[in-house]
Design a protein around this ligand. Structure first.
Ligand code: GLA
Length: 719
């Protein structure tokens, strides 16, 4: 459609997007808190006209949504590409624009006759959650190949006053750690070359004024919904303008477009809000409404996973005992983890051979599945479909199915290589084997694991990393279509593949292999910034955590697991009666509260001191809240002081009770517990939020779960 409009406006509950046409593409004039309907476009036009500088180009051009070096822009361009070294400079013409009102979306077409390219830009604003989504696609309209080295999903202006960046990084067993750094002149480029979303660089950026926190200051968050290599850029130029840009990081030559071919980027999701807690609400809500599979809206069952209970030691009699013990704990789904297939007696063999090992399971998995069903539980099974061990029947038959480059040996990781999922034969092999097992055993859930980085990802000659996530999404969709009741979890050595791309196909994640609750509390705090709690697999583990050796009380382990989709990863046969009793309390709590928790708003509560990790989950109607407090170290002061709550209704009166059953455990560290722990007072929301709840002394590794709920017709005892 020819461009007749000069401006476009998208409105949402709390945000406005203003775009204007410039000769060389659309310019994002504004994305931020909702502007009044009376805001005149002319006024905006006057404000976006910047002064022309001395010692600079004579004509100031808008940067546009695809920044162009050919217009003297010296920051990161939106497209980098060429035809054998020629036609590398792009000058776009805005050829068409269309406002699709039903989707609250604008779609632009740009053309470049010099380089024979067409670029589509899509910008949508979700009316409910005010999340803006952006993506682009590039078509080669010429008659020779065009090589794309970089095509941003989104390039947007960085507000002048945003001088600090927060990003998420980590390692195996230590995911989602928050880092802050100043935004100074120059480019910050967080490049992920792990070939999966990675433990190391989660695809999130948050910018804001220095010191932005949970409750205050204008913040901007950008996420790339992609499970592979990414580049996340934040750049401040000498003229004070700035840019946030995100996209897939292709390997050299990987995006070589034949004449007529198109490459489409994944979506970037963008939010602007006051304080990080408001960002969490927008993304959680967006995920629930628009990203996650529908089955995540039903009550999330309690998992019992076999991994840390038996590892590779699969014996039917042991497993039957374990299944019975898990059922008595209240588990609702038993998950048979790694070790059931092929030659898989340890982690050095068998990946790729997706049939039940007849030596270990002469009657197939039927005795196991039968007992699980007898105990009234669902059945889940572990797979790592993208991988192959050299010691496997699959590799012996199809060595050509692995990602590799001829003449260079691909380093093994966990004794495995990666299959080229973009090959139809590989897709079909995996599809057929997985669907056959799902149908044979009526499997309810798959834990879909992926335990290594992509190194030398190629088809023998050319790079093949960016095609893997696409092919994975296709395979997951095919399986889901064939097995519509199947639930799939994304696991990748814990949390190395968690992003909104894979979450469209998988509605549960294994956040980390680290179930030491002290480490886990911090990992979960980072995760919950952007992902909703009900999809976060969180298990009660053994007293001595297997990854750290740290011993913690069962209360602490259960309180931390209750922040997400609660479950067990423990040898349930070996619990003593005190542990069983304590666990029964928390399991009952989960069952009684999971419904409202699955739609709750999450608030990080900072402000006491660094010894505590505290958060609130508040029901949508603000009638209930759970406050989770974990002491990760000794308090710097002799007592922790008051914890100011958040998200409550100011004038409602809440009954404040200790929901965890560890009062005695905690009591010994204070001479007298605070009054709310001795009585169960009614306290108004504003007092809880402004004055705060006085906390008892919490020795390192102790935790509390506090419940606040509004009682019908309750009148406060004190004014
Ligand atoms: C990965 C997962 C674990 C477990 C093992 C099995 O490390 O993150 O939870 O499933 O694989 O090999």
């Amino acid at each position: 459609m020819p461009v007749t409009n000069t401006h476009w406006r998208l409105n949402a509950a709390t945000a406005t997007v203003l775009l204007r046409a410039t000769p060389h593409g659309p310019d994002l004039c504004y994305f931020g808190p909702a502007l009044s309907n009376s805001t005149s476009i002319d006024a905006i036009e006057a404000l976006v006209d910047d002064p022309i500088l001395h010692a600079s180009v004579d004509k100031a051009e808008a940067v546009t949504l695809c920044p162009q070096a050919s217009l003297a822009y010296t920051g990161s361009p939106g497209l980098v590409g060429h035809r054998n070294g020629r036609q590398f400079a792009h000058r776009w013409t805005l050829a068409a624009a269309e406002l699709i009102e039903s989707d609250n979306r604008v779609h632009f077409t740009l053309t470049d006759d010099h380089t024979a390219l067409a670029l589509e830009l899509h910008i949508a604003l979700d009316p409910d959650t005010s999340i803006m989504s952006m993506h682009s696609s590039l078509t080669n309209t010429g008659d020779e190949d065009f090589t794309v080295d970089w095509l941003a999903s989104a390039s947007l202006p960085l507000p002048n006053h945003h001088t600090e960046l927060m990003s998420l990084h980590g390692r195996w067993g230590g995911e989602f750690r928050e880092y802050r750094r100043p935004i100074a002149p120059g480019l910050i480029d967080i490049s992920n070359r792990h070939g999966r979303t990675s433990h190391e660089h989660s695809p999130w950026l948050v910018t804001g004024a220095a010191g932005f926190d949970e409750a205050q200051h204008d913040v901007l968050a950008v996420h790339l919904a992609w499970s592979g290599n990414t580049s996340l850029k934040v750049e401040r130029l000498a003229d004070s303008s700035g840019l946030v840009q995100v996209g897939v990081l292709p390997l050299p030559g990987e995006w070589r477009l034949a004449p007529g071919a198109t490459v489409t980027t994944p979506k970037a999701l963008v939010a602007r809000a006051d304080g990080i807690n408001a960002l969490s609400h927008a993304f959680h809500e967006h995920a629930r409404r628009h990203v996650l599979p529908a089955w995540t809206r039903s009550a999330r069952p309690i998992h019992a996973n076999s991994w840390e209970a038996v590892y590779f030691d699969h014996r039917t009699d042991t497993l039957l005992e374990l299944i019975d013990a898990c059922a008595t704990l209240g588990a609702e789904r038993f998950v048979l983890d790694d070790g059931w297939f092929g030659r898989r007696r340890n982690d050095r063999a068998g990946l790729g051979d997706w049939y039940v090992d007849p030596e270990v399971y002469p009657d197939g998995l039927h005795p196991i599945v039968g007992r699980v069903r007898q105990q009234g539980m669902q059945f889940g099974l572990w797979f790592e479909p993208e991988m192959v061990n050299p010691d496997s029947a699959l590799y012996e038959t199809h060595p050509e199915w692995t990602l590799r480059l001829d003449g260079i040996e691909t380093p093994l990781a966990r004794q495995q290589w990666v299959l080229d999922l973009s090959l139809n034969a590989v897709q079909d092999y995996l599809y057929e084997h997985i669907v056959a097992l799902v149908q044979e055993y009526a499997i309810d859930y798959i834990k879909w694991d992926m335990n290594r980085d992509l190194v030398l990802a190629g088809d023998g000659q050319c790079a093949r990393a960016a095609s893997q996530p696409e092919a994975l999404y296709t395979l997951l969709s095919r399986i889901q279509e064939a097995c519509p009741r199947l639930e799939i979890e994304s696991c990748s050595s814990g949390g190395a593949r968690i992003d909104y791309g894979v979450l469209a196909h998988t509605g549960r994640v294994w956040t980390s292999d680290n179930i030491d609750p002290i480490e886990r509390a911090r990992i979960q705090a980072g995760f919950l910034r952007f992902y909703p709690p009900e999809i976060m697999g969180a298990h009660v583990g053994h007293k001595a955590a297997h990854l750290t050796g740290r011993e913690t009380s069962l209360h602490t382990r259960a309180i931390v697991a209750l922040q997400g989709q609660y479950g067990f990863e423990i040898d349930a046969r070996r619990l003593d009666s005190d542990e069983r009793k304590a666990l029964a309390h928390y399991t009952a709590l989960y069952k009684a509260n999971r419904e409202w928790l699955s739609q709750s708003r999450y608030y990080r509560l900072n402000g006491v001191d660094e010894s505590l990790i505290a958060s609130a989950q508040v029901s949508l109607d603000q009638a209930q809240a759970w406050i989770s407090i974990v002491a990760v170290s000794a308090h710097p002061h002799s007592r922790p002081g008051r914890l100011r709550l958040a998200g409550l209704h100011k004038t409602a009166h809440y009954r404040v009770t200790l929901a965890s059953s560890n009062r005695d455990d905690v009591a010994q560290f204070s001479r007298r517990l605070p009054r709310w722990m001795r009585e169960t007072p009614l306290i108004s929301g504003d007092v809880l939020m402004q004055l705060g709840l006085p906390l008892p002394v919490l020795a390192p590794q102790k935790a509390l779960l506090v419940s606040c709920h509004v009682e019908q017709d309750a009148t406060p005892a004190t004014p």
